[in-house]
Design a protein around this ligand. Structure first.
Ligand code: FAD
Length: 219
């Protein structure tokens, strides 16, 4: 397990933070019972506790005191990953909704012929395209401007924020287009609806992304 921990208290508010590798089986390190989560059921998530847990100094990952910087580095790349994951989820909602809307008939017609449904699909398609574009743009900035460039920091936060909020709207509309069936686990959109919420939380919440974007605007 790789963790970050305060390794020394100092005048600075945060203290010294280091990244530390803790091997499974280290006395005092306990992996508690897994959480019962709203979504992401196939991701194994547990509370971890550390009670008088000691590891040799060689277990420090990188430089002692460099943990905060390492953490920020992981988060920046992770934002593009969550954006990409969100684009995939939103695209899956669009694909499932298009198929369902063409198959499902009401009042003697496929529901895809109703303008109310067409507008939902049109909005979804537009937002998926925009989310994909900004995700690629952030990935390009990572590649060509570098992970510590202000351009990348801004685009990574924008991509994560926009794509995760797009995917949430997409799952909501996908369930709506599926009607009552959208609430049933037999249809994949029910799981998409449960799985999407964490995209607005992990790797920095939507509020934190807005703070970062505002900071890049010099506010
Ligand atoms: C399934 C899952 C897996 C996870 N996996 C990992 C992992 O592998 N590694 C890891 O390190 N973490 C992991 N996390 C933790 C995750 O990164 C945090 O939950 C997330 O960053 C939010 O932090 P928090 O839960 O402490 O919320 P809080 O920081 O308590 O936030 C609560 C609310 O307050 C808002 N808020 C907080 N600060 C501010 C502020 N300054 N201004 C405005 N609003 C603010 C937040 O936006 C949010 O709405 C995981 C979480 C989940 C749900």
């Amino acid at each position: 397990m790789t963790i970050t921990a305060v390794t020394a208290r100092s005048e600075a508010a945060r203290g010294e933070i280091s990244a530390i590798m803790v091997p499974q089986g280290t006395p005092g390190y306990t992996v508690e019972k897994s959480y019962r989560k709203l979504g992401w059921h196939s991701s194994d998530t547990h509370p971890l506790t550390f009670q008088d847990c000691r590891v040799p100094e060689g277990s420090v990952l990188g430089k002692r005191g460099g943990g905060y910087r390492q953490f920020l580095h992981t988060l920046a790349g992770g934002r593009v990953a969550i954006a990409a994951l969100s684009v995939g989820l939103a695209q899956a909602c669009l694909d499932a909704s298009l198929t369902y809307a063409r198959e499902r008939k009401q009042f003697g017609k496929p529901i895809s012929s109703f303008q109310a449904i067409q507008f939902k699909l049109a909005d979804m398609a537009m937002e998926v395209e925009l989310a994909r574009t900004i995700t690629y743009k952030a990935a390009c900035a990572y590649e060509y401007s570098g992970e510590s460039s202000p351009e990348f920091r801004k685009l990574a936060a924008m991509a994560k924020l926009y794509a995760s909020e797009t995917s949430k709207r997409a799952t909501d509309q996908a369930v709506q287009i599926h009607g009552g069936n959208g609430f049933m686990e037999e249809y994949p959109v029910a799981r998409y609806y449960r799985d999407v919420k964490v995209n607005e939380i992990g790797e920095g919440t939507s509020e934190v992304q807005r703070i970062l974007i505002a900071r890049e605007l010099g506010l």
